[in-house]
Ligand binder design. Structure first.
Ligand SMILES: *Cc1c(COP(=O)(O)O)cnc(C)c1O
Length: 438
């Protein structure tokens, strides 16, 4: 494979000191060293020019939310129509980032509140997020952690990471650790190897996941050496972040191939972004390209309520419309789960079109993706088993030595036979307070 396309050669020659240097295009450290952080450099490299007024507004935006693009990612922009370019929109600031709406929040997911020690977000019963890096090779304009981008004070040091590891060590419920950031792959292979080795020594940690956008914005980071190191720590899963089919290039395909060949299951998390991918046809092309490269679409996110993202948000109906166009129309494994990450920290809530139309005591009425309405006859003779969670005397074969006997929570608890709870009432319910007063 040639080192680069004609467009990439052009950019490489402009930013490098000489031809020997420009031949380092595929070296990820070279790419980081030459990351583009100034508006004027973008103008030069794309051969475009902003008016004085526009430039002032852009500079003001950069003061709040800095700019950083890898030369590789910049090379994917089609300069002749940059205003509508999905790569440009994800990487280049818009003065609209300064528009703050009343619903916007600095930390909409309350990650800082659900943090028992620095760097850990413990929101779900059996898994945690561990932030091991606060830097990225490209600053996504739609970043949900925008508040921390470029903030040098919140870079986790090895002491923070040690505290996070200690928390995981002393919390036996944790069986799944998500390494996040920033981008975890900004760390050196050696440092990552140390973190993964520490995690692997913890007996209750089964799965390690890495969330990274490197295959999209800096695919050269995925080197044979990195992959050989990751492989030592299996099971390691990777979730990446493609938002548009244009991002799937020869270089990113090669990165994905290296990862998949190392036995790493690959998933993708897409953010639904107005003007970038809010279209059923684009989304279908994206999921098809992903599965073609052995990446399973995992989540489609409704854009968060973080400050500076209002111009990227779509109505929820756009997401449901896209899901309607995927479910049934294409392979089940090409369909992501559409989620809203609950403001305030409730976690991810799945959203789907409705398929259940009605039901009686022995029949359900459903509709399919084509609009065909059908009935499913339920069994007349199903004997519901009363479950008292005494698994030893139950006829079902549950290997009890492996089964965790935890308390049921939430809706699961309402459905259970062994717990008497009949309703869940939010705190500060006025009706309940009146009862208490009486
Ligand atoms: C998304 C997320 C997870 C992982 O959720 P899955 O549904 O298991 O992928 C864990 N912790 C936090 C804080 C998250 O935001």
């Amino acid at each position: 494979m040639p080192i680069y396309s004609a467009n990439q050669k052009n950019i490489a020659e402009q930013i490098a000191t000489d031809t020997v240097d420009s031949a380092n295009w595929r070296d990820w450290r070279w790419q980081l060293k030459h990351s583009i952080q100034k508006i004027s450099t973008v103008e030069t490299l794309l051969g475009i020019r902003f008016g004085e007024k526009e430039r002032k507004k852009l500079e003001l935006t950069l003061r709040k939310f800095p700019l950083s693009i890898t030369p590789y990612y910049l090379s994917l922009i089609a300069a002749e129509n940059y205003q509508n370019d999905p790569v440009f929109k994800q990487a280049f600031p818009s003065p609209r980032e300064l528009e703050i709406e009343s619903c916007d929040m600095a930390d909409p997911l309350a990650e800082d509140k659900d943090s028992p020690v620095p760097g850990i977000t413990h929101r779900y019963p059996d898994r945690v997020l561990l932030q091991i890096s606060n830097v990225c090779s490209m600053y996504c304009r739609h970043c949900t952690r925008k508040r921390k981008v470029g903030d040098k004070d919140s870079i986790p040091g090895s002491e923070d990471i040690r505290q996070g590891l200690d928390y995981i060590r002393r919390t036996p419920e944790i069986r799944d650790v998500l390494l996040s950031g920033g981008d975890p792959l900004m760390l050196s292979d050696k440092y990552l190897d140390w973190i993964l080795t520490e995690l692997r020594q913890i007996e209750h940690v089964q799965v390690i996941r890495i969330g990274t956008r490197m295959p999209v914005v800096l695919p050269y980071r995925i080197t044979p050496e990195l992959v050989a190191m990751l492989k030592k720590h299996h099971p390691v899963w990777i979730n990446t972040h493609f938002n548009h089919p244009r991002e799937i290039t020869t270089s990113s395909k090669q990165a994905l191939r290296l990862l998949a060949d190392a036995g790493i299951p690959l998933g993708n998390q897409t953010v639904l972004l107005a003007g970038v991918n809010d279209c059923p046809r684009i989304m279908k092309a994206l999921v098809h390209k992903l599965v073609d490269n052995r990446v399973r679409p995992y989540y489609l996110y409704q854009c968060d309520l973080s400050e500076g993202l209002s111009h990227f948000r779509t109505p929820v109906g756009k997401g449901v419309e896209i899901m309607e166009s995927l479910i049934g129309h294409t392979s089940g494994f090409a369909v992501p789960t559409y989620v809203i990450d609950a403001p305030g920290g409730g976690g991810k809530i799945p959203l789907n079109p409705n398929y259940l139309i009605s039901l009686s005591t022995n029949k359900v009425v459903l509709r399919n993706y084509e609009g065909v309405i059908t009935t499913y006859k339920e069994p007349d003779s199903y004997e519901p088993m009363f479950c008292d969670r005494k698994c030893d005397s139950c006829g079902l074969h549950l290997p009890t030595e492996d089964a965790e006997e935890y308390r049921a929570t939430g809706i699961e608890r309402l459905l259970s036979d062994f717990d008497e709870t009949i309703s869940l009432t939010p705190e500060n319910n006025e009706r309940m307070e009146r009862r208490d007063d009486a």
